[in-house]
Design a protein. Structure first.
Length: 392
């Protein structure tokens, strides 16, 4: 009876409709009020009976009839429109909310709520131009309507209109106090990328500068700056931008290393590259800076020195990519195969210890030992051995 969950929240509004009908009736005469409440109550219980007998289509028609009987109950009308939209009947939701918009008795808060609901109907139906118009009008009527601004940001992202997305994100931050700098920086980077592709380098640089103003630690802005300066032949500026970006967030080191190493070579500063990579090895536990430094050692000191350096590093940070590089260097140097096998055995043992042998099929939790109840999601019998795990 999952459909009941969809309807349950709607019942909360129906007593309000009956109560409002009672109040209206009291104002117009006790007898008239009793008659109206009786009609609403009778229709309500008939609709409830349809739901209990799994006849939701008939039920929704009766609930619509309740809304027709009590047109003064704004909340019921809005709730019914939301329900139509959730059921995929967007056209009916639009008609209902358009009808609400035409009512002359709404207060300002109700008109804002009706406009917001209508705009969300248009978004759900893919009519982004109409949704944009409604939300723009709403934002002008009530600058305290952050949901309208949030929807406008989503619309302009979908339309890739980054200038308007930036403007509305700035307004949203002003209205709500919620920081939007990281999002605005992403939008500015989208503009910078567009200008870069169009060879408008000065505009691209200006967009990157604004991205830094919005988010001083923007990784994307730093990577774009490095690429733009590299393309423009400013290798030293590219190196500075990429080094700064790597220090801000070492997790992105594998993404920016190829561009960085290319520009180190353009500048001819391999000593500086080795110093920087050694620094990164201290702050980033992945294998990327180790492999890059291994290549530099190989270029400057030869394959045997590179192999020895990599073997030492892999004892502390085992890696499949590192193993593959060690095998390549071993083949190139004709090193002692017994010693190489010993190194590979040690690395493999470390990888086996660190990798999970079991995983929960429900939530993905990884474990090294078996649990009948998953420690994460608490489901029973879902933690199973991985395919590559075997007990011998």
């Amino acid at each position: 009876m999952e459909f009941l969950n969809e309807w349950f929240w709607f019942f909360l509004f129906l007593p309000l409709a009956a109560l409002t009908g009672w109040v209206v009736g009291r104002r117009g005469g006790q007898r008239h009020g009793d008659s109206q409440v009786s009609r609403l109550s009778s229709t309500y219980f008939r609709g409830l009976n349809y739901l209990l007998n799994e006849q939701p289509d008939k039920a929704i028609e009766l609930f619509l009839h309740i809304a027709e009987l009590d047109k003064e109950t704004f909340e019921t009308q809005v709730a019914l429109g939301h329900l139509f939209r959730r059921r995929g009947e967007v056209d009916r939701a639009i008609r209902l909310h358009q009808g609400l918009m035409q009512r002359s008795d709404l207060n300002d808060a109700q008109r804002v709520q009706a406009m917001l609901a209508l705009g969300e109907d248009y978004m759900r139906s893919g009519l982004l131009d109409r949704a944009e118009t409604v939300f723009t009008d709403l934002a002008q009527i009530d600058r305290r309507a952050p949901q309208a601004l949030r929807h406008l940001i989503g619309i302009y992202q979908a339309e890739r209109d980054w200038e308007k997305a930036i403007d509305n994100a700035s307004r949203y931050e002003e209205v709500t106090g919620e920081p939007m700098g990281k999002l605005i920086a992403q939008f500015e980077c989208e503009l910078a990328e567009r200008f870069r592709i169009g060879n408008d380098i000065e505009q691209a640089r200006a967009a990157i500068s604004r991205a830094y103003q919005a988010d001083a630690g923007s990784v994307r802005a730093g990577m774009l700056e490095g690429r733009i300066e590299s393309d423009a032949g400013n290798a030293e500026a590219a190196v500075r931008a990429l080094e700064r970006t790597a220090r801000n967030d070492p997790d992105y080191l594998p993404e920016l290393l190829p561009e960085l190493m290319l520009n180190y070579r353009k500048v001819g500063d391999l000593s500086g590259a080795r110093t920087f990579l050694s620094e990164m090895c201290e702050h980033y536990r992945g294998i990327a800076p180790v492999l890059a430094l291994t290549h530099l050692v190989e270029d400057q000191e030869g394959a045997p020195a590179a192999r020895a350096y990599l073997a030492r590093q892999l004892k502390d940070r085992p890696s499949v990519r590192g193993e593959a590089a060690l095998i390549d260097l071993t083949l190139a140097t004709e090193a002692d195969p017994v010693a190489t096998l010993g190194d590979l055995k040690h690395i493999t043992d470390q990888l086996l210890v660190r990798n999970p042998s079991y995983r929960c099929t429900k939530c993905g939790f990884g474990a090294r030992t078996h649990h009948w109840q998953c420690p994460s999601c608490k489901e029973w019998g879902t933690v199973k051995p991985l395919l590559n795990y075997a007990v011998v």
